[in-house]
Design a protein around this ligand. Sequence first.
Ligand code: ACO
Length: 334
Amino acid sequence: MNFDHIGLLGIGSYVPERVMTNADWSELVDTTDEWIIERTGIRERRYSSDDQTTTDFGEYAGKAALADAGLEAVDIDELIIATDTPEMFFPDSASFIQHRLGMGEIPAYDLAGSGCAGFIQALDVARSRAACGDKKVLVMGIELASKFFDWEDRNTCILFGDGAGAAVVGPVEADAAANHPSILSLKTGTDGSRADILSRIAGGTRMPFSMDVAKKGLHKLTRMDGREIFKEAVKHMCAASTEVMEMAGVSSEEVKLFVPHQANMRIIHSVAKHLGAPEEKVFINVDRYGNTGSASVPIALCEARDMGVVESGDLVLCTAFGAGFHWGAALLRL
Ligand code: ACO
């Protein structure tokens, strides 16, 4: 299938107002600003207010992407929401967001459980759906992690932030110079043998919700082998990035900006080093937002564009890795 005429028509993002600094965390758990900065590079992150939900975040980011594309909600043919922090267990968040945005009675569905790789996976699906029907697909990564992590577990709580990012994927007007927006190449992958390394174990069929689950807090993010994730994240983001550059016949020198998943400054630096990408070509905002899961790549992409770091026609390489393990990379021409 020819994907050359499929590109990003618009992007948008949202981060909530409430700022939680490392100093704030050090008053709640046994940690310090120095430890967090040294091990993760995170200085602060944003959290939703008590009354905000996944649908609210989807509304803000979705409207921003639609405005950027010059489109109305009724122009969209399909909606895909990547999230591990849904509005409720069922129905899916896409149902609520489709209604909130005032979209037509289009196919709308969640892509859940792929952790921080969710947006790239959703982009992969959206690209195919757009290409086979000349459709405009609204894709979002949304996380309100603050509602699901354990506020007493210093190993995990300091890492995550809330946010949402969105993109409209669809057919573009091809120009003679082949300089039109395009998803030049895209690669996703999964290694399910590592599924237990990062998980929220209770609430599903393996361990249905119960009073015991609630007492032990097992419905929260409880399992994370940080060191193993670190190694696997670097390995897979590097391999996927190399593969998409090879698929498109593009060298790392030709890439204007690398936008890796914002999990941890040390992971980002390792990926950049392996790819031979100089510091100034790697976008970083993990210091301000922490790890916003599936929202991290689209938030970073929006910021880079809004700050003027990249502009139309530039090649941008996005890559992500998350629970599952799932990973992916996408080479975009803006
Ligand atoms: N403050 C102070 N000490 C802490 C904290 C904290 N917030 N958290 C853990 N520690 C302690 C540990 O308890 C441990 O103490 P111990 O030696 O007495 O047992 C000590 O610090 C060192 O722990 P390490 O595991 O060696 O620390 P490491 O250098 O590996 O850093 C970290 C931990 C930051 C979690 C790192 O492994 C990492 O970032 N891994 C990736 C995890 C990740 O990104 N998860 C998000 C989802 S997946 C994704 O987005 C890719």
